[in-house]
Design a protein. Structure first.
Length: 246
């Protein structure tokens, strides 16, 4: 993830140093760089830079974070009361008795006469009563609480003078120079963030250490090759530092 952020920040730094114009409605900060001395001054519009100055610009804030998750649904309302039971229907009439079979003649015992047909069974059950009315709908449950807002990327930046390491602009709280290392301090923990430092006017690539010496600080060390000694030596360079935290 840090590799991706570093690539994005490298492109951002290149655009800032190339003088691409921006507009005030996008919360853009402008600065003019004196090409011969490396001095930087903050201006309100791009047209205030002189002929011997280069225009710098950068965004003041990161993109808006995504919308927070929807809150949980409220509890279901209570069930309505049951309707009243219908009345029982009237009892139906009893069916007529079947006819008796005839008596056989006296004498030899004749065969037993056939049993008379069974009369129809009366309709004992009455008609079903009407269905009771549906109970009233219970009240709607209260809405659940709104979920927390999503977290977005937070971009911090600082413009540092190459001489004494003083802070010229940005969202950092301070910057210092000592022992060959620039230390830029922010108000938040940046130890898990990604950072890139770009020299004003071009130059060598620095060494950037996040969260050093303290979690809310960034250490930046500049060096250049000295042919006289055949090795790299520390150098003082004005630079712009961009830090992206997720």
């Amino acid at each position: 993830m840090k590799t991706i952020w570093t690539s994005l920040l490298s492109i951002t730094a290149a655009l800032l140093l190339s003088g691409v114009p921006s507009y005030s409605q996008n919360a853009v900060i402008y600065a003019c760089l004196t090409k011969s001395t490396g001095q930087i001054r903050i201006v309100s519009v791009p047209g205030q830079c002189k002929s011997n100055e280069a225009l710098l610009s950068w965004s003041e804030s990161g993109p808006q974070g995504p919308t927070g998750a929807t809150g949980a649904a409220g509890p279901t309302g209570a069930a309505g009361t049951s309707g009243a039971s219908g009345t029982n229907g009237a009892t139906g009439p009893t069916g007529a008795a079947g006819a008796a079979g005839s008596t056989g003649a006296t004498g030899a015992v004749g065969p037993t006469g056939a049993a008379g047909a069974t009369g129809p069974t009366g309709s004992g059950a009455g008609a079903t009563g009407p269905t009771g009315a549906t109970g009233a709908v219970g009240p709607t449950g209260a809405a659940g609480p709104t979920g927390p807002a999503g977290s977005g990327a937070n971009v911090l930046f600082a413009i540092v003078a190459g001489g004494d390491g003083s802070l010229l602009g940005g969202t950092a709280t301070s910057s210092t120079y000592g022992g060959g290392v620039y230390v830029v301090t922010f108000a938040v923990d940046v130890s898990e963030c990604a950072g890139v430092a770009s020299p004003v006017g071009g130059g060598n690539t620095p060494s950037v250490q996040m969260g050093a010496p303290d979690p809310n600080q960034v250490g930046v060390l500049w060096s250049k090759f000295d042919p006289a000694v055949g090795d790299f030596v520390l150098s003082k360079t004005s630079f712009q530092l961009i830090v992206a935290c997720h």
